[in-house]
Design a protein around this ligand. Structure first.
Ligand SMILES: Cc1ncc(COP(=O)(O)O)c(C=O)c1O
Length: 403
């Protein structure tokens, strides 16, 4: 017997078990770790078998652009963690969001999106304007604004929660109720929390997208993405996009990511513990005017974050004081330049802590008034807290803070 992994209907497995076991479909060699199928195509038993597979009348892989066993292991494992009926892996987080847009919209349609999303997501929605899909932006934490922005041609609501870099929290249950009332799909980018801390589908979302590049990998090795939802959505609406547009994940990356999922829960718990320690320490530092982290009691949406997340996650932001913008920027840059341990990079989702100044990097292309209105000031820094000892992270940040 090959001992494939099957979900136990009598006693459903917990998340930590699914993370290391789900999606295993052993070959006849009886390998214990998941194999990597680096093959572009698959052979058929006969002409009739080939015809049946192509017609969808027989199961089996055909061509790795639209299906590969190693990629399938990652898809099934992530789907088990998110509580999704099905999933498709993609080459990047951006191609996951693009695939959702292609699958749900056509020229003349409209999207409502949170103002607090990753900058490239806004660029992607802007690009889709060329094909006749218009997007309106609303404040993440104001459900009434979401509802007011809905038009008869609105097809999807799109958000990240917590947001980057201000860690604002979107009320997933409230937004799901609005989406249902209007017959619209609620799409959530679950990159910051991952299913280890937040499961949007259980709170009423229809589709989850991931930049697997971040915490699903967790060690900064590969680029990848995923889309998850109902079997009907994935097989009937998303699969044609994957098959015809080819935003495919490579088998090697899928293997790395499946191994990343095995440690996801442990890592996210430790990221959350470390980030809370660093956030509390920052709150007590002179020159720091505010610390934004969803698991801090001072966070404006602390109660909501507690209700829908199992931890604060790795990302926090803090703001430095200063007489004017120039001085606030100088103070923020001094903290970055004082770091010997933290990596100066805008990426996140790594065991190594990273620090960035959003106003001059990730959000630098935004017009200054829009940036200010969004609350991203010159004194703001974002840290994605890694798995180093939190005392060492604080010591590193202290080097550039005012004494
Ligand atoms: C929240 C979020 N979504 C999507 C993306 C895009 O993912 P990728 O870089 O894997 O295309 C990123 C990348 O930083 C992100 O932070």
């Amino acid at each position: 017997m090959n001992q494939d992994f099957d979900q136990d209907d009598q006693a459903p497995y917990h998340l930590d078990t699914l993370a290391v076991r789900a999606g295993i479909d052993r070959t006849n060699f009886g390998e214990h770790s998941e194999p990597i199928f680096l093959t572009s195509s698959f052979v058929h038993d006969s002409a009739a078998h080939a015809a049946a597979k192509f017609a969808g009348q027989a199961d089996g892989f055909i061509y790795s652009r639209f299906g590969n066993p190693t990629v399938r292991t990652f898809e099934e494992r992530l789907a088990a963690l998110e509580g999704a009926e099905d999933a498709r892996a993609t080459a990047s987080g951006m191609s996951a969001i693009m695939s959702v847009l292609i699958s749900l919209t056509k020229a003349g349609d409209h999207v409502v999106c949170s103002q607090g999303v990753f900058g490239t997501t806004i660029q992607l929605f802007t690009l889709f304007g060329r094909y006749g899909v218009e997007t309106s932006y609303v404040p993440l934490a104001d459900p009434a604004a979401w509802e007011a922005a809905i038009r008869p041609n609105t097809r999807m609501l799109f958000l990240e929660t917590p947001s980057n870099p201000l860690t604002e929290v979107g009320d997933l249950k409230a937004l799901a109720a609005i989406a249902k009332r209007h017959g619209i799909m609620l799409v959530v980018d679950n990159c910051f929390c991952t299913p280890a801390l937040q499961r949007p589908l259980a709170l009423g979302a229809d589709i989850v997208v991931h930049s697997a590049t971040k915490y699903l990998d967790g060690q900064g090795r590969v680029i990848g993405g995923a889309v998850l939802g109902s079997a009907k959505y994935v097989q009937e609406m998303l699969q044609p996009v994957v098959r015809y547009c080819g935003p495919t994940m490579s088998a090697f990356n899928a293997w790395v990511l499946s191994k990343g999922l095995e440690t996801l829960s442990v890592r996210m718990q430790r990221h959350s513990e470390n980030a809370l320690r660093v956030a509390r320490w920052l709150e007590a530092q002179p020159g720091v005017v505010r610390v934004l982290y969803p698991a801090l009691e001072s966070h404006p949406q602390y109660a909501l974050a507690r209700a829908q997340q199992r931890g604060g996650g790795a990302v926090l932001a803090f703001e430095l004081d200063g007489a004017d913008d120039a001085q606030r920027k100088e103070n923020a840059w001094r903290v970055i330049d004082g770091c010997k341990l933290l990596s100066i990079t805008a990426n996140l989702g790594d065991v190594k802590s990273t620090i960035t100044h959003p106003a001059s990097t990730t959000h630098g292309r935004m017009p200054i008034e829009v940036r200010r209105e969004a609350g991203i000031g010159e004194g703001l820094l974002r840290v994605a807290v890694g798995l180093e000892d939190p005392d060492d992270i604080c010591t590193d940040l202290a080097r550039g803070l005012p004494r």
